[in-house]
Unconditional design. Structure first.
Length: 86
């Protein structure tokens, strides 16, 4: 359990045991995307509910803005398949 999850309970199951992990995250805004392959999250050890760190979300949003305003370059580019759900 990290400092961000101390004295906190899962909103879904009420458990207070969390583990910090990394997950894949896609930030989308106005039809544009930013893939973050190692986003830090806290995961409830009882039910698996995922909680994103507020500071990490703000950092991703700021980096997204900088990339799409051409202020900085992304770390790399990748392609992603698209599936229309009908």
């Amino acid at each position: 359990m990290n400092k961000q999850s101390e004295n906190r309970k899962c909103y879904y199951c009420g458990c207070d045991a969390f583990e910090e992990r990394r997950t894949k995250y896609i930030y989308s805004r106005n039809g544009q995307n930013l893939f973050v392959p190692d986003m830090p999250v806290d995961v409830c050890l009882n039910c698996g509910m995922v909680y994103y760190h507020g500071a990490a979300l703000l950092k991703v949003e700021q980096r997204f803005k900088e990339i799409y305003q051409k202020q900085v370059e992304p770390d790399r580019y990748t392609t992603m398949p698209v599936m229309e759900y009908a």
